[in-house]
Ligand binder design. Structure first.
Ligand SMILES: C[S@@+](CC[C@H](N)C(=O)[O-])C[C@H]1O[C@@H](n2cnc3c(N)ncnc32)[C@H](O)[C@@H]1O
Length: 243
């Protein structure tokens, strides 16, 4: 029997991504079109130069994955007192995702004003980094059991490469730490790349939502609650809800 393949039909819009490190994972799920303000080409996506708040694309996609800049909300910026110098594009990113895709994932730091986000850390995936990140999703998702944070005693990447063995901070070190294979620049891998296992987990849930035929519009996401309050069962409502 010939199995029906839907691979060719899956299309992914990757927004706010000049380097496009996550394309390496996204390209295993579908055909990726990436929008960045000063984008670099890579082997995994078709790149479009433009403002991701109003992307120069003329079609709709199955999934949008957006990384609006996080400096405004990050703890590092809070320490400098320069928070207001950085833009908040999260609402615009959400509007673009809804307009251009059936489903979406918006990634940011934990403190960002995402709606009912699921929060993931490296310990949940047995990884040697902590790297907490929050994800607003238009589809139901689940979260691995919380695992202990990787500690300095148990590995050189515990503090995300501030110190440690010589390989920490190299391209190879950060590829290992974040689960990528391509030769991405170390600085971008370290600072702005979503660890590959986080993305895979989220995209498996997207695939399930796709098979169920639930689009973000169908499940009323335009009215999704912002106050969390979901039950602590394994399957969560859109966005996850639990920290
Ligand atoms: C948080 S980083 C995410 C980078 C991503 N992980 C990658 O590998 O490309 C945000 C990215 O969005 C880009 N950016 C900032 N403002 C933008 C805009 N208005 N339109 C498109 N890209 C933008 C930044 O230059 C940066 O590459």
């Amino acid at each position: 029997m010939i199995e029906k393949s839907t691979d060719a039909k899956r299309t992914i819009l990757h927004l706010f991504a000049d380097v496009g490190i996550e394309d390496e994972v996204l390209a295993t799920f579908g055909e990726v079109t990436r929008v960045g303000i000063e984008p670099e080409p890579n082997p995994f996506s078709t790149v479009v130069q433009g403002d991701a708040r109003n992307p120069p694309v003329s079609r709709k996609f199955d999934l949008a994955v957006a990384h609006p800049p996080c400096q405004r909300f990050s703890r590092a910026t809070a320490g400098t007192g320069a928070r207001e110098d950085h833009p908040d594009y999260i609402d615009e990113a959400r509007e673009v995702c809804r307009r251009l895709a059936d489903h979406y994932v918006i990634e940011n730091v934990e403190q960002a004003p995402l709606r009912d986000p699921v929060k993931l850390t490296g310990g949940m995936f047995g990884m040697g980094i902590h790297y907490p990140r929050a994800f607003e999703t238009s589809f139901q998702t689940s979260r691995p059991e919380t695992a202990p944070r990787w500690s300095p005693e148990t590995g050189p990447l515990a503090e995300q490469g501030k110190e440690g063995q010589a390989w920490v901070g190299t391209n190879d070190g950060w590829r290992l730490a974040k689960g990528y294979a391509h030769d991405w620049p170390a600085r971008d891998l370290k600072r702005h790349a979503v660890p590959a296992p986080y993305l895979r987990r989220l995209l498996y849930h997207w695939m399930a939502a796709r098979e169920d035929g639930t689009s973000s519009q169908q499940i009323g996401l335009t009215e999704v609650a912002t106050d969390g309050g979901q039950s602590s069962t394994d399957i969560e409502q859109p966005g996850g809800g639990q920290a």
